[in-house]
Design a protein around this ligand. Sequence first.
Ligand code: T6T
Length: 322
Amino acid sequence: MSTRTVALLGAALLLTACGGGGQIGDTGGSGDGKKVVLIPGVAAEPFYISMECGFREAAKARGYEVDVQAPAKFDSTLQTPIVTGVLANKPGAVLIAPTDDKAMAGPLKQLKDAGIKVVEVDTKLEDTSIASSTISSDNEQGGQLAAQTLARLTGDKPGSVLVLNTKAGTSTTDARARGFEEEITKYPNLKYVGQQYTDNEPDQAASKVTATLAANPDLIGVFATNLNTGEGAATGLRNAGKTGVVNLIGFDASPKQVQDLRGGAVQALIAQDPAAIGRIGVEQAIAAIEGGAVKRDIETTLLALTKADMDANEKYFYKQQC
Ligand code: T6T
């Protein structure tokens, strides 16, 4: 099978897989610049669905056409053909969550060179010269907040601590792991046993938690750097009969993660505001298209949710549909 066929099959897959509030190609290619396209990191995932809700709302308010195209997996080889395909339609701007901080630079530079404004939403490239603006949580601070929350929950108790990461080259989760690693050194009772990558697969997260427990029976905490790692880690702890014994600090607030927080399988969640990321992303994109003032870096809200305060912060729960 040729590379082109594989890319086309990938594209066909994403057409059926893109879910949540969005349908693909719900507006035609106008080519007049009054159109913004959102390319999330992966289809049908509550973080990006919530982002898409904010994106659609803001674009509608400004009279812009929209399109949403998402890869079926968080994978730069699936996201690249989407970027290349969008190039032909010449929208005014593309809002994208790059799935790899290096591999997506070439395709995105092609957009920029064609006069299409690029706005990064959530993840970003290492090369800061391509995007007009980046809207994201302060992910390093989110990692620090996770370490502080874990330390608050464990108190003086000693034990080992694991970080579950997604894929190397994901700017957000790498920053979260970095922030956590730096902060955890301040708590000598907590022994950091390192990070493990899971390829953003919940099953891998579950089995890595179980294996770490076998090697470190004193495991007292797990920091799962995103939604899939968090959902998988909760399963791993459940399978090992360690729910509530090992403190699980997740990132994100999907319906399942929120349910796990309420039910005690998760002790804290670091929630983001993906709808604001989508909304502000559109505003910056339109400013870039129309020659208005564009801010290079914008940070959105992060907060730690526990069972005690979750209901007061319901607005941070992610959506399954708009
Ligand atoms: O945590 C979010 C996002 O911020 C990250 O870049 C990738 O994973 C998520 O989409 C959650 O799955």
